[in-house]
Design a protein around this ligand. Structure first.
Ligand code: ADP
Ligand code: MG
Length: 698
């Protein structure tokens, strides 16, 4: 068997391969494109394409594809063969610079929210040279951005790259003010921790709700759930360990540094964390990770569930987006420094994030809003739908001291040095981690914890990068014109704290009292559902900010809002129809079968002993009969609610009707069916129970 260091990145056209296969001149020119965003000339592209193709063919690849991330949430690929006919009748393997740089997939079936007229079905994909090409199966995959011919972004990567550029531009302005003339670029990095469930394929196949919707729509609470907390970090079962080992190997080949893996709180729930990397690469890697999890699971007779809430009453799955910003020479701008001067810079970047999160709470909430994630946020297991920031006691005390012009008396080890006149020196945070905060500072990075397990991390990072770029722009505008830099800096930090400290909360985010305080006293936003928050994407302040940094055009924002609401509606309608089908064709008949058999028993018993009361059977029959009636009427109410959606005027209205009517009726139907499940003899029940599913993998 090959060692990890031999296989790691073996399927990636990475820097090592580039250096080995490209001429020094081509390599240097490509490197400039990758590191500094220089445009690539076609000569270089041709040379790179040639080397890439030779490398890929040597590793068994026969096809290539531009790999992209349309707004469906998954990745897309259209495979083309390398094969070209040659004049002598044979074939040659060809791949040109043009094919590397630009592709033209038929885009008509990807959502565009009206950005692309149907007669203009083609979009184009453009190579993102900052994310390495890789081989998957027999295909060379080239990470690309996906746009319409009018230049509108139809994917998640394009705005992500734009947001990184905006952040880079503004952060560099700030660094120059602090006398840093050497940093060439600033990039955000992300390490996303991915949660997921593993169940057996047998269980999955037996549940239409899992197959069609990725989550169970029915299911009574199991006798044993996560009460014992015995799963979290518990011993990993052999079948799961085999899966993890296999998954790691696949990910390592793709150059994805999967680092830790452990069981999570719920039975059958696990987590994978990679080592962090540049945001757009991390985004590509996370998409690949999710894809590989599903592929590898199926090789092991398992199914990997990435839905945010596969099981009601059991913890759902999220994704923690660990985010920081660093210079190309490796300085983490969210790391408290050694000297007071460095700390002043750190505090300014910290304030930029505080201001960004407060000013654009709504955008952060929107960036994680899906029908699936609505089941998680605010449900006492995941962060609430209210956004707040955890800074820890020490940093909070530093900010308090600055706000009040008071001397900082922090922990003992803390030194008071008024370097930049008034800004204190302090050490790294020593307080406990707060797991209930949606947005927590963890020493040298922020952890945004509201993402759902199936979310692309692109959306959250687009908003985060853009909002922080906006704070930095406002700061740079002020500081560049300041006569006394240090005084202006101090005032700016103080002002930010005064204005935005309402977003800082170090307490228990799951507490109801907090939600009350957050919304009633502090005026923070509490958008509980996707339809509640999504329309705010088009609020003037959001449109102004995102367009001024050229992250989105107005048309792109409008189309995205529509697409996200459309996705929401489609998801719930599919769930509603699946429920109707399951209840009508399997659940109600099963309950009836059981009742009929009970009635037969009563008749048989009474034939022998006519005076028997048969209270058990008759009581149960009457309860089940009531429940069947309830199920049937709940089905018909839900059906009417779904049909009524056709009368809605536009997707926003439809989303509200779903939130206010369809979801309630789904709940009512579920309640009746789940109660019936608890009363029906197991052999009659058409589906595996929660206990069967959650404890299926051994
Ligand atoms: P924990 O498991 O307690 O949440 P870790 O230190 O293991 O904390 O980090 C979790 C994730 O954070 C990992 O994916 C890691 O790569 C990522 N991470 C660590 N440092 C940074 C950083 N500076 N920027 C972005 N992500 C980071
Ligand atoms: Mg974490």
């Amino acid at each position: 068997m090959k060692s990890v260091s031999e296989t790691f990145g073996s399927m990636v056209f990475d820097d090592r391969v580039m250096r080995a296969t490209l001429s020094a001149k081509v390599y240097a020119s490509l490197k400039k494109t990758i590191d500094e965003g220089e445009t690539l000339d076609i000569g270089v592209a041709n040379a790179v394409a040639q080397a890439m193709k030779d490398w890929a063919v040597e590793r068994g690849a026969t096809h290539f594809t531009h790999w992209f991330q349309p707004l469906t949430g998954i990745t897309a690929e259209k495979h083309d063969s390398f094969i070209s006919p040659s004049p002598d009748g044979s074939v040659i393997m060809e791949f040109s610079g043009k094919e590397l740089i630009k592709g033209e997939p038929d885009a008509s079936s990807f959502p565009s929210g009206g950005l692309r007229a149907t007669f203009e079905a083609r979009g184009y994909t453009a190579w993102d040279p900052t994310s390495y090409a890789f081989i998957k199966g027999k295909t060379l995959c080239i990470p690309t951005a996906f746009c319409s011919y009018g230049g509108h972004a139809l994917d998640k990567k394009t705005p992500l790259l734009r947001s990184m550029e905006a952040l880079n531009k503004q952060a560099l302005r700030i660094l120059r003010l602090f006398g840093n003339d050497t940093a060439k670029c600033v990039r955000s990095s992300v390490g996303p921790e991915q949660e997921y469930f593993l169940i057996t394929k047998e269980m999955y196949d037996a549940r239409p709700d899992l197959r069609f919707c990725g989550r169970t729509l029915f299911g009574a609470k199991p006798p044993k759930g996560q009460e014992m907390d015995d799963h979290y970090f518990g011993a990993i079962k052999p079948k799961v360990a085999e899966f993890m080992e296999d998954l790691n190997e696949e990910l390592w080949k793709l150059g994805i540094m999967a680092k830790t893996e452990h069981n999570e709180v719920a039975p059958a729930q696990h987590e994978l964390a990679p080592i962090y990397t540049t945001t757009n690469v991390a985004t590509d890697h996370n998409q690949l990770t999710m894809e590989m999890m599903q592929k590898v699971a199926s090789r092991h007779g398992l199914v990997c569930l990435l839905h945010e809430k596969p099981f009601a009453g059991v913890n759902g799955s999220g994704k923690h987006n660990n985010w920081s910003i660093a210079t190309n020479d490796g300085q983490n701008l969210l790391s408290p420094g050694e000297t007071p001067y460095e700390n002043a810079q750190f505090l300014l970047f910290l304030c930029a994030v505080i201001k960004a999160v407060d000013d654009y709470q709504d955008l952060l909430r929107i960036s994680v809003a899906t029908a699936g994630n609505d089941h998680r946020l605010g449900a006492n297991e995941a962060p609430p739908a209210v956004i707040s920031m955890f800074l820890g006691d020490e940093l909070t005390a530093v900010l308090d001291a600055i706000e009040n012009d008071a001397p900082y008396k922090g922990a003992e080890k803390t030194q008071m040095k008024l370097g930049v006149h008034v800004l204190p020196k302090f050490n790294r945070d020593t307080t406990d981690r707060n797991r209930t905060s949606p947005f927590a500072f963890t020493g040298n990075k922020f952890e945004f914890r509201m993402l759902g397990s199936s979310n692309s991390i692109a959306c959250a990072n687009i908003m985060l990068n853009s909002a922080v770029a906006e704070s930095l722009k406002i700061y740079a505008d002020k500081l560049e014109g300041a006569k006394d830099f240090e005084a202006a800096l101090h005032d700016l930090i103080k002002e930010t704290i005064k204005e935005h400290k309402r977003i800082i909360f170090n307490g228990n985010g799951y507490d109801d009292a907090w939600i009350k305080e957050a919304t009633e006293v502090r005026g923070l936003k509490n958008y509980r559902t996707t339809p509640d928050c999504m329309p705010h994407l088009l609020d003037k302040k959001n449109v102004d900010m995102l367009t001024s940094h050229k992250v989105f055009s107005v048309e792109e924002l409008r189309s995205r809002c529509d697409i996200m609401l459309e996705n929401y509606c489609k998801t719930v309608v599919i769930e509603a129809n699946t429920m109707i089908d399951m209840a009508k064709t399997e659940i109600a008949p099963a309950v009836e079968r059981f009742s009929a058999d009970l009635a037969k028993n009563v008749a048989a018993k009474k034939a022998v002993a006519p005076t028997l009361a048969c209270a058990y059977e008759t009581g149960l029959i009457s309860k089940l009969s009531d429940l069947t009636d309830r199920i049937v009427s709940a089905v018909s109410e839900l059906q009417s609610a779904v049909i009524a959606l056709h009368d809605c005027d536009g997707v926003e209205e439809e989303a509200y009707a779903i939130r206010d009517d369809v979801l309630q009726k789904m709940c009512a139907l579920r309640l009746a069916c789940d109660e019936a499940e608890t009363l029906t003899e197991k052999k009659y029940w058409p589906y595996p129970t929660y206990a069967d599913i959650l404890f299926s993998v051994r």
